[in-house]
Design a protein around this ligand. Structure first.
Ligand SMILES: [Zn+2]
Length: 457
């Protein structure tokens, strides 16, 4: 989707509508095609900041999604990369070992930049296993923080600028939303531990894997506190989630881990519980949408669900106060499986744009990011909020420059229209919040609904 920047004044209505038409056409057009080839298929989860693909190999197509993640810690744990590739080769030779109830994925390296650079960290120097938003569970001791403990307990400022800040962390976050289990392989302590905050499915998975592999089971990582860890993040969303640590730093320990994995596959019905729907504000929220809603900010970010989930031609959609979040079957096992719908486009189309007042700049450093696809810029507080909250995948690209408008609460505020959300700047506390677009869409739906014929006496 490469569009020239419209050669019109950016505050005029014409280029906005022009951009909307182009974007709507683009949305209606292509969705990535899935290519199956034989008993397994290989695809890229995404691309790292240095341009390296994160490869995924899939076996089977059952409902219980199990993801084996190798090499989160790059070069120093390259033996986990070799192990994962050996497990893939084994399953290619023995595809019948994946039971029909399981959809098994291997990610040989979640950190190919670190692997290439010989570093434990990603290309930006962040420890990907300390970067996840682990603040969702009931255990404050594992909450994300900048200052972390790592190999041999050494403290470093490598948790990242904020939780879920790194590309690789966001990719695995999106990919695991519908998973039943996750196995994050590290080295080299020779033990297996579950998500730390009392989670029975994770404990059962760790016990089974450890016993079959011949590693020591440990209820907690004994050496220091892990903050922002992937196993804790996944466990907090309900996945059975474990970290096996290989015993050595240079061997793949293939037979041990094949035994561990096969023991899990043999007992998949018990060890890999299907994701559970959520109950929020009296509404049932389908499991992957519930996990998305929680993982990306919950009630504070998106508001509560306002209606039951609806079946759509492509999947399921549910309207929350500030977003309409959709699950698309044709995007299953991609990072776009669950995503807010582009209702910002609809709101912008209805906007009385010519009446918008002159721009009231948002106070902060005038640093911005220009998006050539739409010809608009995000800056200051809007850019910061947009980046931290998930970027284009969550909010979409900007459809206009920021401008002053009357927001749903009746106040004059500076707003920024994006494809999937409208952002409003609250000068009183310097915060940015989403406008209640979901509520607005439901109100419009009611207006559009056919009226029952009146009977006249
Ligand atoms: Zn590690």
């Amino acid at each position: 989707m490469k569009l020239p920047k419209p050669a019109f004044p950016q505050r005029a209505a014409t280029p906005l509508l022009f951009a909307l038409v182009i974007l709507l056409v683009a949305y209606a057009g292509g969705s990535p095609q899935r290519a199956y080839g034989g008993t397994d298929r290989t695809f890229d989860l995404g691309v790292t900041p240095q341009g390296r693909p994160i490869e995924v190999v899939q076996f089977g197509d059952g409902p219980r999604k199990l993801v084996v993640v190798g090499d989160t810690h790059g070069g120093p744990e390259a033996n986990t990369y070799r192990l994962t590739n050996e497990l893939i080769a084994h399953m290619r030779a023995n595809p019948d070992q994946v039971p029909p109830s399981v959809r098994l994925f291997f990610i040989p390296s979640l950190n190919p930049d670190g692997l290439a650079l010989g570093s434990r960290f990603d290309a930006a120097g962040v420890d990907l296993n300390r970067n996840m938003n682990t603040n969702l569970d009931a255990c404050p001791e594992n909450d994300w923080r900048v200052s972390v403990q790592g190999a041999r307990g050494i403290v470093s400022e490598t948790g990242g600028p904020y939780a879920d800040s790194q590309v690789e962390a966001r990719l695995i976050r999106a990919f695991l939303l519908d998973a039943a289990g996750a196995i994050f392989i590290h080295s080299n302590a020779g033990l297996v531990f579950p998500a730390a905050c009392e989670h029975a499915p994770s404990i059962a998975l760790a016990e089974t894997y450890a016993a079959a592999a011949g590693y020591t089971y440990s209820r907690l990582w004994p050496n220091y506190a892990i903050t922002g860890g992937m196993h804790d993040w996944a466990g907090s969303l309900g996945l059975a989630s474990i970290t096996p640590e290989l015993l050595t730093g240079d061997q793949s320990e293939f037979p041990q881990n094949l035994a561990g994995l096969r023991a899990v596959l043999a007992d998949a019905e018990r060890l890999l519980p299907l994701p559970e729907d959520g109950q929020v504000a009296g509404q049932t929220v389908p499991a992957p949408i519930f996990r998305y809603w929680r993982a990306l900010g919950g009630d504070e970010r998106f508001g509560p669900p306002l209606e039951p989930a609806r079946t759509t031609p492509t999947g399921v959609s549910q309207t929350f106060r500030k977003a309409r979040i959709a699950l698309r079957h044709d995007q299953r096992d991609t990072i776009y499986y669950v995503q807010p719908e582009p209702i910002g486009l609809l709101a912008a189309r209805d906007l009385a744009y010519g009446g918008a007042e002159a721009l009231a700049p948002v106070p902060s450093a005038p640093v911005g990011q220009f998006f050539p696809e739409t010809g608009h810029t995000l800056q200051a507080a809007f850019l910061d909020f947009w980046q931290r909250g998930g970027g284009a995948a969550v909010f979409g690209l900007p459809l206009a420059e920021e401008f002053a408008a009357t927001t749903a609460d009746g106040q004059r505020r500076v707003v920024q229209y994006c494809e999937r959300a409208v952002l409003a700047y609250y000068a009183e506390d310097g915060g940015v919040r989403l406008e209640p677009l979901g509520e607005r869409e439901l109100a419009l739906d009611a207006l559009r609904a056919p009226v029952a014929p009146q009977s006249v006496r």
